[in-house]
Design a protein around this ligand. Structure first.
Ligand SMILES: Cc1cc2nc3c(=O)[nH]c(=O)nc-3n(C[C@H](O)[C@H](O)[C@H](O)COP(=O)(O)OP(=O)(O)OC[C@H]3O[C@@H](n4cnc5c(N)ncnc54)[C@H](O)[C@@H]3O)c2cc1C
Length: 280
């Protein structure tokens, strides 16, 4: 049973910001939040339903970045033509998330803010060097804030700064994640996911960076996505990387097993990436 709670239905970002505090929390799909409330893990006084805020579902190119509203569902991201054109790797990974219900109901912003460690989305966005934009009402203590538009303060964080641990982010209670920004252009990329039950056991994303080599991110296997940068794909030692990770042992595998699977998936991802990069 859900505990009793109040409900606010703002129609704009500024109206939503006016509602937020420790005990009044935002939600979109509710795929994680309502479950946590049913389990008695959290009991907010009020939920702030973001679904009436149209600007949170926009996709656009702005200042050389692909901008994705936090309220886009996984399905919407997977099917968006701009995403398909500029960040096909993300479209591909989003189409693999969970099941049809989760892809239709769950959002890119909710995925990141919940910081479930077994996330495809966080792994791929880390590999794409994406940032999140957080906005708070002006006059509140949004640390490191720079002035945003219309009486708001905002800050941008990359994935490593935003995701602090399992179910833990740097988002402050008065902040809304408004969008995710991916620097363009994105060159070739590969995402491989190994999954036995619900959610990935291991996710490996590899993105070519032209002359700057490649970025490899291993997600889901440990508490946070782990990123590695290389000048030369051929020089990557998959076993050494897997050995550096701290896999979380659970019903999907022991530490030893997860290290082995990770090394296999790193090798496969890099081989696929090398093929893509060398294709005419
Ligand atoms: C059965 C199942 C399978 C899944 N499988 C996968 C998988 O394979 N891969 C994968 O990556 N993920 C998987 N997920 C996770 C899924 O992607 C997330 O549940 C979903 O994206 C969360 O989005 P939501 O809108 O429902 O979040 P909500 O439940 O609405 O919110 C989650 C949290 O984020 C906060 N929040 C939401 N939006 C904002 C915002 N804009 N600003 C600030 N805070 C916000 C809420 O306060 C809450 O704390 C799975 C989930 C389930 C339930």
């Amino acid at each position: 049973m859900l505990p009793p709670f109040g409900l606010a239905r703002p129609r704009s970002v500024s109206a939503a910001l006016a509602e937020l505090d420790e005990d009044s929390v935002p939600y979109w799909g509710g795929t994680e939040l309502l479950l946590a409330m049913r389990m008695g893990l959290i009991r907010p006084r009020q939920l702030v339903d973001l679904k009436g805020i149209a600007e949170l579902t926009e996709v656009r190119i702005e200042d050389g970045e692909l901008v994705l509203g936090a309220g886009l569902s996984h399905d919407e991201v997977a099917r968006d033509p701009l995403v398909a054109e500029h960040a096909p790797l993300l479209a591909y990974a989003e189409a693999l998330v969970g099941n049809a219900r989760v892809r239709a109901q769950g959002t890119i912003g909710g995925n990141l803010c919940f910081a479930e460690p077994r996330s495809d989305v966080a792994t791929v966005l880390s590999a794409l060097s994406a940032e999140v934009r957080l906005v708070a009402a002006d006059g509140t203590d949004g640390a490191d804030g720079t002035d945003g538009a219309d009486g708001t303060r905002e800050r941008r964080l990359d994935m490593a700064a935003f995701l602090l641990g399992p179910y833990w982010t740097d988002r402050q209670p008065d902040e809304l994640l408004v969008d995710v920004r991916i620097p363009l252009p994105v060159t070739a990329g590969v995402y491989l996911k190994y999954q036995t039950v619900e959610r990935p056991t291991v996710g490996v994303a590899a993105v070519a960076r032209g002359a700057a080599g490649c970025r490899l991110v291993v997600g889901a296997v440990g508490e946070l996505p782990a990123g590695f940068d290389f000048e030369d794909v051929a020089s990557v030692d998959a076993e050494a990387i897997a050995g550096e990770l701290e896999p979380t042992p659970d019903l999907t595998g022991s530490i030893l097993y997860k290290r082995h699977v990770t090394a296999v998936f790193i090798r496969r991802a890099l081989a696929e990436l090398a093929e893509k990069v060398s294709a005419p």
